[in-house]
Design a protein around this ligand. Sequence first.
Ligand code: M6R
Length: 619
Amino acid sequence: MCGIVGYIGAGNPSSKPEEVVLEGLARLEYRGYDSAGVAVLAMAGLAVAKKAGRLENLREELEEHPLPHSFAAIGHTRWATHGGPSDVNAHPHVSADGRVALVHNGIIENYQKLADELSAAGITPISQTDTEIVAHHLSLLLAAGLSLLEAMCQLARRLEGSFTLVALDRESPEEIVAARRNSPLVVGLGEGENFLGSDVAAFVGYTKRALELGQDRIVRLSPTKVEVVDFFGTPDSGREFDVDWDINAAVKGGYATFMDKEIHESPTAVAETLRGRTTLDGHLMLDDMRIREDVLRSVDKIIVVACGTAAYAGHVAKYAIEHWCRIPVEVELAHEFRYRDPVVNEKTLVVAISQSGETMDTLMAIRHAREQGSRVLAIVNTHGSTIARESDAVLYTHAGPEVAVASTKAFIAQITACYILGLYLAELRGNKFVDEVATYLDELTKMPGRIEEVLEAEEEVRALAQSMADATSVLFLGRHVGFPVALEGALKLKELAYIHAEGFAAGELKHGPIALVEENLPVFVIVPTPRRPLLHSKVVSNLQEVRARGARTIAIAEEGDEEAAKFADTVIWVPRTTPTLMMPLVTVVPLQIFASELARVKGYDVDKPRNLAKSVTVE
Ligand code: M6R
């Protein structure tokens, strides 16, 4: 949840370590924005600045009280868990003897026991955080004569829970040491300098070479060397990879918000996710496939596990995969799956969907599935992430970095990846011929153009949102693949505009939710194509039902759908899309724009909604 950055460079002390860390924090601020802080290791020792609130507050503090030039720096942007957001609870935390500065992402579960030990040693913490406890313990181990690496190994073996820890030792200016368990950390490999980040966005402006660290690993960085060991000090290598994200992808590029920019990047996200997927003889391929074909052929059930928006992409996958492959597909929220003793075995394929690849609930679900003998295929956007590393196969969504907390282009890329997976399995298992798959792929390649068409009507959707600035409740209805789109439209509105919003399967309306409908209640209805007459007529009936009860109806309908237009107060047109299964790629876009605009009109921070973090790395 928190963002972590580290930097160490060669030569004389300079302002670069602080600059690199602040820049990295700006790119990682989406991970948490309750407070921010930086520690530098200078000639005269450690210096720390930290402030509650946004990174901007820290920058102001640094202008008033500049830090000295330094050899190395670490930084942190926080999403509070232990202890509320305040200056004193902000990271880095410094040990009582002033020797260690430490930042932490995660939760230390045996924190109370460690705190009791400190109190017996006469150390009283000044903050309410578990991190400060760890800082004190680290300094006690250093005082006992261990090196920073040895101390970190010993301490990491004692810690329970999830953590990325990054430490500076005043007595050792030529190194930074970090540890990770169940929490992200990537190394950036430079020339005469090295970097650490919660994800590659932290340092992609400086280097494109990165090193992925395994579970329970410790890394020691000097300006010229990167040393990886496990918690017992046994050397390990990590896995080097090249970062394909562009630095420009992580800046706003003329848009008012990252969310707006990312909505506009959806066509590219689809195109990139599709790019290079077919072999010369027309067969589909995934990125990192380590599951044997005979195993995939024997799969008799698929369970999609994910959270939030990613889970809604999973709902779309269910419709597509069941239709194309005739395999039963269940979709389950990862946190529910993990703790309900699910029936899974070696014939179950678990598909994990995650933008960040670090969502703890999803990670725990895939670990559980693998323990039961299931194979796990991950659909992930972030290279080097834990879920990608711990899965048996990976299908990357090449959406580029998504900075806004609200997922938009990543959702669209996830749906695209789900179609690719469905078609891949359909061909492999003999449900579809290569030429049939090619026809579907052909349709998919037209989707970026269709999304562009929807984006051209952006101003109308924004005007609609402006006219609804006072709405206190909004409903979303959909059937078939329109149902997950309705759920996603409601989630977007809740998380950004902080108003009551609910998505329903349109057929469920008459079983209860219709009682909510009253005069002028805005109701969005995602209307399927009239080319599916049975489905279409049912949804048009639902549209009529809510209109008859006074609702203000907004139909998202296919161009030329006069029947839907008859019962809608407003129609947002989307281009004709074949097959129907692919309609979510266009129907969700107006709902994303609507939520973004309503939040803007209400004066809220579109990119960083309250109480949320982009990457939820606690259970
Ligand atoms: O990184 P993930 O895709 O695993 O994240 C899952 C959810 O936390 C995420 O989709 C969340 O619901 C978004 N904020 C929605 O916009």
